[in-house]
Design a protein around this ligand. Structure first.
Ligand SMILES: C[C@H](O)[C@H](O)[C@H]1CNC2=NC(N)=NC(=O)C2=N1
Length: 102
């Protein structure tokens, strides 16, 4: 999958207002804060299952109720539709685990 060109990328990110561009536009990241560790880990489990199905895996870290998620496509050396789709999935599923909407 091709990484986005500089014209397409801003259009794609418009749908993801909670995500921040990082690393010279090679990645996006978002911090999620849940009520407790159980909710945070349930979120991570849901993301992990979908990541494995789509063969597209997050870079992330977890401290108690906080999950920092970063998406980039290593194979393409930048951002692709796979990252946009997984970020959208994270936004949607987080609400199911008690996270406030965007
Ligand atoms: C060999 C394997 O299919 C690839 O390395 C997949 C696995 N998961 C991946 N995840 C992410 N985020 N980017 C990739 O380029 C990627 N590639």
């Amino acid at each position: 999958m091709e990484k986005f060109d500089t014209k397409t990328l801003p259009e794609k990110l418009a749908a993801l207002p909670a995500w921040t561009l990082a690393d010279n536009q090679l990645a996006i990241h978002r911090d999620f804060v849940f009520a407790d560790f159980v909710q945070a880990f349930a979120f991570m489990s849901a993301v992990a299952i979908t990541s494995e199905k789509r063969n597209h895996h997050p870079e992330w870290s977890n401290v108690y109720n906080k999950v920092q998620v970063r998406w980039t496509t290593h194979d393409a050396g930048g951002l692709t539709q796979k990252d946009i789709d997984m970020a959208q999935f994270c936004d949607t599923i987080a609400q199911g685990f008690g996270h406030a909407p965007v």
